[in-house]
Design a protein around this ligand. Sequence first.
Ligand code: FAD
Length: 368
Amino acid sequence: MTNGRTSDIVVIGGGLIGTAVAFGLRERGLDTVLLDEGDVALRAARGNFGLVWLQSKGAGLREYTSWTRKAVDAWPGFASKLRDVTGIDVRYRRPGGYHLCLSDAERDKRAAMVARIRPGQPHDARTVMLERDELKARLPFIGPSVVGGSYNPLDGDCNSLALFRALHEAYSVRSGDYRPGQAVRRLLRGKGVYGAETAEGTWWAPKVVIAAGLGLVDLGRQIGVGPVVHPQQGQIIVTERVKPFLDVPISQIRQTPDGTLLVGDNSGGETYETPTSLSVMHHLANRAVRMIPELSDIRIVRSWVALRVLSKDGAPVYQEAPDWPGVFFFTAHSSVTLAPMHVTELSRWVADGAIDEEARAFSTARFS
Ligand SMILES: Cc1cc2nc3c(=O)[nH]c(=O)nc-3n(C[C@H](O)[C@H](O)[C@H](O)COP(=O)(O)OP(=O)(O)OC[C@H]3O[C@@H](n4cnc5c(N)ncnc54)[C@H](O)[C@@H]3O)c2cc1C
């Protein structure tokens, strides 16, 4: 054991949440060590769809709607700040976003969800259901199978790999201490400090942030917290580049500014396995072509499966461990969308040593 040191805060997990929080902590001038296990599997941070999405957030937890609204409002300033600090353009755009339905049953289900969220949504950012004719007027390329859909004017997307790179770069520009290849296997208690033990050493700090994605299952157990998250497979297919025609994101299909189309419209199994499936590809491609028939001539160039990090109700969990004061655990399925809040608010809570009263709704107490 040759490594390890004492700092103000140890952040475990260099994915989307951990890196955002670590950057925020460095912005506050705190001596921060960011430990990451490494790319042993396709992490959610590298395999997601890149939506910055409000329209479906909060069906089970109203506070999730307003939290996401704050994130969406913060996004333009956040994207320019990342560009100023790192020179990286994360290609954020907010043209509004759609979700398309291919049957009456899908449309009714969507309408019921939109109705559940509606009371929590501010007037200027309400998700609305649109009939086929209205959709066709706005998106002339949709096929005859589309029966309706939903729309929110504040939805958008970004290049999520650029976002991930920008967060790491911003942390580095702010002289953050990043240690890749450090899987934390044990959490230790010392006098007024906690230790994060890896094969190479132990990193000590009075405060620890666990932002380890699915790694929270094991680390949580060590601090007396039951399973908070579970995996869910998500497969995405990527096409060859074609002339840009889709300048608004649809939750199931988006086109990047360089012409690539991404299709991702499935909820796979609750397993840690990540093989791609031909039948899922077929299902995704088939639905995409029914939504936009022109896609039938476009070639698929690759596909991947990444694991969603889901809580029981799909909403974020932000909490200080009851029996380990100073140890915080953070997880959220929509951490592209919520990145600005993770940089500013989560880092402030950790710096202050307490989670804001208004964010207490995100504790695990809601599950009991
Ligand atoms: C298919 C798919 C599509 C998605 N689409 C969107 C989208 O459109 N919009 C959106 O907002 N979100 C989307 N997401 C969700 C988003 O990617 C996740 O919310 C986000 O990546 C979660 O961040 P995280 O830091 O909690 O986990 P991760 O990004 O998975 O990072 C966790 C990190 O912890 C590290 N780690 C784990 N255990 C340990 C340990 N013991 N010691 C040290 N390090 C450890 C891992 O190496 C990893 O780097 C999508 C996810 C998937 C899978």
